[in-house]
Design a protein around this ligand. Structure first.
Ligand code: TTP
Ligand code: CA
Ligand code: CA
Length: 693
């Protein structure tokens, strides 16, 4: 440790030792500290958050001077603004034009994008004009994020002393308990024990009565009942040592990579996180135990994690306040009564600075998502497939970084979400376990899922497509070859079918009974796409599209940790807890995030045409029936897809062909149309790999 010693020996603050109380901490607490126990009152956590992260990434990449105002642009909006630019009053809410007026020297750097059909993202000069044909890539920032994480890990002692949790693209939590424990024993040999009478509940000797050197740290003011004249106890010393470590970590990140960050240091994750945002940029804030109440009561509770969203709103509505100070006056019974037992007691503790969640260094990515909203909507297979190609490339490059090539981690399922009007459909399929994951394999699977959406009917116009992979598992490495993967219970089940999910409006609808569902042979439809040429026909561009890479990353970054309130609270359900898997949780979250966008699309959906009196009809000879003209191309696509599926089925099974089932008929109700009757053959295990263009 290069920092100065913890005490300035020349500045004692207590004139006499006669009035000294015993330490509030015991030998047991000390040994709990070495185990990073979250219930240890000496437990010590740091949260590090990069300053204006994407903006710093661009500054480093472009080599611009540190005082140069710079903002990161995404289409016509700004998503990150560096501190020199913030001095001009710029924020995420101003438009590019406004920003340039406020700060003429501003550099606006557009994020990297994938251009429709390209194999790799790039920084395109005219990207902002091409929202309809480009998709944002966050790869450059992920890459930097990784370097920063590696630097932190390199600097800290090896696990298990090291405990680092990546909390988002630009944040980490560090549990410094074990490391600080080691330093404490070195610096204060009197702590080495044994405990008097061998009783671990005996208090520790008092620390020396010298002023602590907090260097450049921002210290949060103490609670009303406390004074700076009080002697420090071991918790203060623990914080001070942790603060040294964090200062050194931050210095290392700057030295190696030239990024500045801010940090919070306190007894738990919740407080550490609030601390890192307290003083920015390039500063660190220590919230001592004696300052917690003071610190927290100045906050709106909606700033506390998990209280920022719907739950926070509900609490505001229930108690008619958004301040911690006022909420502190509400007795626990009343909180429980109005919010349910779990949420009530969670809330009661959290506003008192109690949080026993762990820093989880094993927290891993649970899913990866790549998505695009279309404005205007897209109308053909070819267009959709071109986007799938990009999604797959995007996801695959992230998988490679996650160690999929070395088979360290691998996703088990692939999901396609498709939105048409107010209806969202999801198709899921297992990723075959016996094969190495390749871009081709994922692309085939994605096309297959899209084909299933199309076969269900009413696929176009499509307003949003997203592809995700999930169910990550640690791969089996070592002497077991990749073919040695066993198919276990859930996977085995998944192997035999693909899963449908459908939402209309706001309601998540359970999978309908089997008779109503169609199953498509995996690999079958891929030939269909493989055979068709990708056209370059662009549709009319009317409106601005939008996408939120931030949300995308949140999903990838697994913003999940133990200090979250119980599921009922997280979901804002107020006790009406619903059992959902983590993946569903995330997917629902994703949908929530897009809700406002969802609303906007609802009106544009052609389902309204159904309500009009006269709809132009055409006659389909194959079905021997009249259908609305506006469904014609979709209907033709459907026959095409169906025929190919059938052809594939015949080619791959010895059983005689069945007549194709009926294509989409007229739809009853809003956005609910699905073709009537008929199921396809059962899914095959694994997936055939076919050439594609
Ligand atoms: P933040 O950490 O919230 O913000 P920041 O790093 O830009 O600035 P600060 O110094 O205040 O921490 O987000 C990290 C990155 O995530 C940010 O640089 C850009 C991206 N981001 C978005 O794209 N959209 C958003 O709405 C937010 C909040 C962040
Ligand atoms: Ca940040
Ligand atoms: Ca952040």
């Amino acid at each position: 440790m290069s920092s100065p010693p913890p005490f300035i020996a020349s500045s004692p603050i207590t004139p006499s030792t006669t009035r000294r109380r015993k330490s509030a901490f015991t030998y047991k607490h000390l040994s709990q500290l070495s185990l990073s126990s979250t219930t240890c009152p000496l437990h010590i956590i740091a949260h590090i958050d990069l300053d204006a992260f994407y903006a710093q990434c661009e500054m480093v990449r472009l080599g611009v001077p540190t005082d140069q105002p710079l903002a990161v642009q995404q289409w016509q909006g700004l998503i990150a603004i560096n501190y020199p630019a913030r001095a001009f009053g710029l924020s995420r809410h101003v438009t590019v034009t406004e920003a340039q007026k406020l700060c003429p020297s501003l550099i606006t750097q557009h994020v990297a994008t994938w251009k429709e059909g390209d194999e790799k993202w790039a920084y395109h000069e005219d990207a902002f004009k091409n929202i309809h044909t480009h998709k944002v890539s966050l790869d450059p920032y992920r890459l930097e994020s990784r370097k920063i994480l590696a630097t932190i890990k390199e600097f800290l002692p090896a696990p298990p002393v090291q405990r680092v949790e990546k909390a988002s693209i630009d944040e980490v939590f560090l549990d410094l308990s074990a490391q600080v424990h080691g330093i404490l024993l070195e610096r204060y040999p009197e702590l080495n024990g044994p405990a008097p009478y061998d009783d671990p509940t005996e208090p520790l000797p008092r620390p020396p009565t010298t002023a602590l050197d907090w260097a450049t740290d921002a210290l949060v003011d103490l609670d009303d009942a406390e004074t700076e004249d009080d002697d420090p106890d071991w918790d203060d010393i623990v914080m001070q040592i942790a603060s040294e470590i964090v200062r050194d970590v931050r210095a290392k990140i700057y030295e190696k990579l030239k990024y500045t960050c801010s940090a919070g240091i306190s007894r738990n994750k919740m407080l550490a996180k609030l601390g890192s945002g307290h003083k920015k940029p390039n500063q660190q804030t220590v919230i001592r135990n004696r300052a917690v109440q003071q610190f927290l009561s100045g906050f709106k509770f909606t700033k506390i994690r998990n209280l920022g969203g719907k739950l926070g709103d509900e609490v505001v509505a229930a108690f008619n306040t958004d301040t911690v100070k006022e909420l502190l006056e509400v007795p626990v019974d009343q909180l429980k009564r109005q919010l349910g037992d779990d949420t009530g007691s969670w809330l009661y503790s959290i506003i008192r600075g109690e949080d026993h969640s762990e820093v989880n260094s094993r927290t891993q990515i649970k899913s990866m998502l790549s998505a695009k909203s279309f404005r205007p909507s897209i109308n053909t297979f070819e267009q959709a497939v071109r986007w799938l190609r990009i999604f797959v490339a995007d996801i695959y490059s992230r998988l490679v970084e996650e160690g999929v090539l070395e088979n360290k981690r691998r996703p088990k399922t692939i999901n396609l979400h498709h939105r048409q009007g107010a209806q969202t459909r999801s198709k899921q399929a297992p990723i075959p376990m016996g094969k190495a994951i390749s871009e081709e394999l994922l692309f085939d699977a994605a096309k297959n899922l899209l084909a299933q959406v199309v076969v269900d009917g009413r696929a176009w116009p499509c307003a949003n497509l997203s592809l995700s992979v999930g169910g990550f598992e640690d791969g089996i490495t070592g002497n077991k070859g990749i073919g040695g993967f066993l198919v276990r219970g859930e996977e085995a089940k998944a192997m035999n079918s693909t899963v449908n999910r459908e939402t209309g409006g706001d309601n998540m609808v359970d999978t309908p009974p089997p008779g109503k569902r169609r199953k498509v042979e995996e690999g079958g439809i891929t030939r269909f796409f493989g055979m068709r040429q990708e056209s370059t026909g662009a549709t009319d561009r009317e409106e601005e599209g939008m996408e939120s890479p931030y949300q995308t990353d949140a999903q990838e970054g697994v913003e999940q940790d133990a200090f979250e309130p119980p599921p009922s609270a997280q979901r804002g359900d107020m006790g009406k807890q619903k059992a959902v898997s983590e993946e569903e949780e995330e997917e629902e979250e994703e949908e929530k995030n897009e809700e406002d966008e969802h609303e906007r699309y609802r009106d544009a959906a052609p389902t309204h045409a159904l309500q009009q009196a006269s709809i132009e009809q055409y006659f389909c000879a194959r079905c021997n029936k009249s259908l609305p003209e506006y469904e014609r191309s979709e209907h033709d696509d459907w026959h095409f897809a169906k025929d190919l599926l059938e052809e594939e089925r015949q080619a791959s099974t010895p059983v005689p062909p069945r007549p194709p089932s009926k294509p989409p008929a007229q739809h009853k109700g809003k956005g609910r149309g699905r073709p009537a009757g008929g199921t396809l053959g059962r899914a095959e295990k694994g997936q055939r790999k076919l050439a594609f263009g």
